[in-house]
Design a protein around this ligand. Structure first.
Ligand code: NAP
Length: 252
């Protein structure tokens, strides 16, 4: 029997899917949120069920506030929420800031920033000891881009992840006395579909030479960091962002 519920936004593919599966192995009942790829979300849930775990797929765009309410309502049906992974994130195709449209910027910040804030808000309502909850954990997905700036590629994405880093620092302090630890994971170059959505499917392999380990990371390697931060082993860790980059230096 599981007694903790973990909501993973963007749990249908990549880092989110790996996190959902690992969380199920650790005893969580998992809410696998997805935006449009129902088959992928159902495949994650089937894999979890085949291993004896519990998971439900819930469609919802974290860039749409009404959808967030629906995602959390579905989570409530599984049991008391114990954790949130703010993983859903988007990039755009490579272009300099001077060419970025208002629509692009609005969508980028709605999904990557406002979506993370609103999901955290819903999670806090349920987990905070100030609201009668049992406490819990939040992990926000940052990116090495937050420190590097991603010039001529996606400065908008990089800036959205910079906002997430600051969000993690501030929210952790707000919630420290309410039983909720808030941390971030800052992946470097990870081999997932996100690079295709940015118009460069081979980007992860092509970038290997800039990584000291000379390879991209895997979604599982990031999932392990996320699940450690959510675990009791990280009981005194809050307000920090853990870089998972194969040694690629991320300077302040
Ligand atoms: P990915 O392979 O592109 O998968 C994205 C996931 O997010 C999918 O499950 C997708 O759902 C979901 N999603 C996208 N937009 C959404 C929305 N508006 N609402 C709800 N779900 C949405 O991405 P990834 O590489 O695993 O990245 C996961 C996180 O890590 C992101 O925050 C990303 O910025 C961060 N990150 C990734 C890398 C990297 O190199 N991969 C590096 C640094 C940081 P559907 O399947 O339905 O489309």
């Amino acid at each position: 029997m599981t007694n903790k519920v973990l909501l993973v936004t963007g749990g249908s593919r990549g880092i989110g899917a790996a996190t959902a599966k690992l969380a199920a192995q650790r005893g969580y009942a998992v809410v696998v949120n997805y935006a449009g790829n129902r088959d992928a979300a159902e495949a994650v849930c089937k894999s979890i069920a085949d291993d004896g775990g519990t998971a439900v797929a819930v469609q919802g765009d974290v860039g749409v506030p009404e959808d967030i309410a629906r995602i959390f309502a579905a989570a409530d049906e599984l049991g008391p929420l114990g954790g949130l992974v703010n993983n859903a994130g988007i990039i755009g195709t490579a272009e300099p800031v001077e060419q970025m449209s208002v629509d692009r910027l609005t969508r980028m910040f709605a999904v990557n920033i406002t979506g993370s804030f609103l999901c955290a808000k819903e999670a806090i309502k349920r987990m905070s000891t100030r609201h009668g909850g049992q406490g819990g954990g939040i992990v926000n997905l940052s990116s090495a881009a937050a420190k590097l700036g991603a010039p001529n590629n996606y400065v908008d994405y990089a800036a959205s992840k910079g906002a997430i880093d600051t969000f993690t620092v501030g929210l952790a302090q707000e919630q420290a006395e309410a039983g909720i630890r808030v941390n971030g994971v800052r992946p470097g170059i990870i081999d997932t579909d996100i690079h295709s959505s940015g118009g460069d499917p081979d980007r992860a392999q092509k970038m290997s030479s800039v990584v000291p380990m000379k390879r991209p990371g895997t979604a599982d390697e990031v999932a392990n960091a996320i699940m450690w931060l959510l675990s009791d082993e990280a009981s005194y860790v809050t307000g920090t962002t853990l870089t998972v980059s194969g040694g690629r230096a991320i300077l302040p």
